[in-house]
Design a protein around this ligand. Structure first.
Ligand code: DGL
Length: 258
């Protein structure tokens, strides 16, 4: 067994949102070891500049690689839009898998539907999103819904508090009963799917990029001969730039949510 196969998969996000992706990664690849890094001290990324997100992402990836990561998952739509191309150019030998709003499966399921794409202002403003909408929007009505403040609010935990449901209601309430599908284009948002669903009323289908990202990671590890060859379950470790026991306990709690 090569030393590289022994390495872990480094997964990062601006904070705890990427834990929604980590769940899908562990389900798809239960024998891999994962190290999750949440940059909660610098969240939210969606309200920073593209250059700041690139710098932060570069530092995180360099540290994960120095610690022995064999592959990287950018579990953040915003960081993928701002940094994936530069990170791949800087580390051509490392599989680097990003995430993008799951517009493609949503448009396939509702080819003439009205599809909300909820994401950070940065994700919806960058060229990568416009390319995605041009490529897959087809005959759909694609409605971008920037959600300033939502990821930062989710970072605080306390998902059942009324202020969070009210915030979600302000963001999407106008579309109640009027949408076929919702794309959760920020990895924090699957944690408030129930609140979004309540605000929109019954009938909207939900799409997020977690499962697609997990399949892409499997493909890339397999192509590079990097899939773990072991029978034991993989390990999952958490680290955060907000390095307190409370923050790490919050990450663990989010990882255990259904
Ligand atoms: N979770 C991130 C994403 O997928 C970004 C949230 C933020 O930090 O603004 O876009």
């Amino acid at each position: 067994m090569s030393g590289e196969r022994e390495g872990f998969v480094g997964v990062f996000d601006s904070g705890l949102g990427g834990i929604s992706v980590l769940r899908a990664l562990v389900d798809e690849l239960p024998h891999e070891d994962f190290r999750y890094f949440g940059d909660s001290a610098n969240a939210p990324y969606g309200e920073k500049t593209e250059a700041q997100v690139l710098d932060l992402s570069r530092d995180i990836v360099e540290r994960l690689l120095a610690d022995g990561a064999k592959a990287i998952v950018i579990a953040c739509n915003t960081a993928t839009s701002a940094a994936a191309a530069a990170l791949r150019a800087a580390h051509p030998d490392v599989p680097i898998v990003g995430i993008e709003p799951a517009l493609k499966p949503a448009a396939r399921a509702f080819p003439h539907g009205r599809i909300l794409v909820m994401a950070t202002e940065m994700t919806l403003g960058l060229e990568k999103y416009h390319e995605l909408a041009r490529a897959w929007g087809g005959e759909c009505e694609v409605v971008p819904v920037p959600c300033p403040g939502l990821a930062a609010r989710i970072e605080r935990g306390d998902l059942d508090a009324p202020d969070l449901a009210e915030m979600v209601g302000r963001l999407v309430g106008d579309y109640a009963g009027k949408v076929d599908a919702v794309v959760l284009g920020c990895t924090h948002y699957p944690f408030v799917r129930a609140q979004i669903s309540r605000a929109l009323g019954p009938g909207a289908a939900f799409f997020d990029g977690g499962a697609g990202t997990a399949r892409q990671l499997r493909k890339r590890l397999s192509e590079e001969g990097l899939l773990a060859e072991r029978s034991r379950a993989g390990r999952v470790e958490f680290a955060s730039s907000l390095d307190t026991p409370e923050e790490l306990a919050l990450y663990q709690r989010f990882f255990s949510l259904p």
